[in-house]
Design a binder for this molecule. Structure first.
Ligand SMILES: O=C1O[C@H](COP(=O)(O)O)[C@@H](O)[C@H](O)[C@H]1O
Length: 258
């Protein structure tokens, strides 16, 4: 039987980043509610960069069941966890230190485990297997939600244009030591993990991302890393962007409804 094709991405564009962040918070709460009703937990992966700040509309919002969240990192820069470049530190500073999430529900990629990148990515893959393998018994983990940023070059997580990791189709977690964006050493989810999520949301703001967004959405055949995020059916991909980032995009917008 032929596999069902991925659904086309849904693009939500907002006049201001304040409106975007508020809508994103409502979207996340809805995903959380559905997951908790079905399975009693909410598995979510986050990235770093500007994303953690964009999640702060969740702080104090009624309906967030922090004790049900299990948080993983879609990628991490291999620096100490208290280093300003650490995605985990960013997430702690901007969000998790301000909400009542149990500390053991956050799963950092911890470079203090050793400086061997292969071992570090294996250890994180094992942590994912512990969380998912027996519970959902699938070839790849099925996150309820993966929240991704995207750089002006179209990279997402630590999957960079032209890199050999773009074709990794077996491992759940991999590493690079030649990132074109510093720091060079990083650990990242691979496409099979990202593309098996139930929902994936990209968040992109500002005019600096307008050219990239046009290429990703209007010319996916160019194969930028963000265009390769195509969730396996019945997964769904959403874009939350501001009008400045979407200013050059022809791809149709869908109004956001609560
Ligand atoms: O280096 C990274 O960059 C991307 C994009 O960051 P942004 O600041 O342009 O939003 C981020 O999603 C990723 O997690 C991070 O490691």
């Amino acid at each position: 039987m032929p596999a069902t094709a991925p659904s086309p991405p849904v693009l939500h564009s907002f006049a201001t980043s304040h409106e975007l962040c508020d809508a994103l918070a409502h979207f996340i709460i809805k995903a959380q509610k559905e997951a908790v009703e079905k399975k009693g937990r909410f598995t979510v992966a986050v990235s770093g960069g500007s994303l953690p700040t964009q999640l702060n509309a969740l702080i104090g919002k009624p309906g967030v069941k922090w004790d049900k969240w299990q948080v993983f990192y879609a990628d991490e820069r291999v620096v100490p966890l208290d280093h300003p470049d650490s995605n985990h530190k960013l997430c702690l500073d901007e969000l998790f230190s301000k909400v009542p999430i149990p500390a053991d529900h956050i799963h950092p990629i911890d470079p203090s485990l050793g400086d061997d990148l292969e071992e570090l990515s294996d250890a994180y893959e094992k942590e994912l297997i512990r969380e998912f393998a027996q519970k959902d018994s699938a070839r790849f983990p099925i996150f309820d939600l993966i929240l991704l940023g995207v750089g002006p070059d179209g990279h997402t997580a630590s999957l960079f244009p032209g890199h050999a990791l773009l074709t990794e189709d077996d491992r759940w977690v991999a590493y690079i030591d030649d990132s074109p964006k510093p720091p060079p050493k990083r650990v990242t989810f691979t496409y099979p993990v990202i593309n098996h999520a139930a929902r994936i949301a990209f968040i992109a703001t500002s005019a600096g991302k307008a050219d990239m967004l046009k290429t990703v959405l209007d010319k996916p055949e160019e194969g930028l890393p963000a265009s390769r995020v195509r969730p396996v059916y019945p997964g769904q991909l959403y874009w939350f962007v501001d009008d400045a980032a979407a200013s050059k995009v022809e791809y149709p917008r869908t109004p956001f409804k609560l």
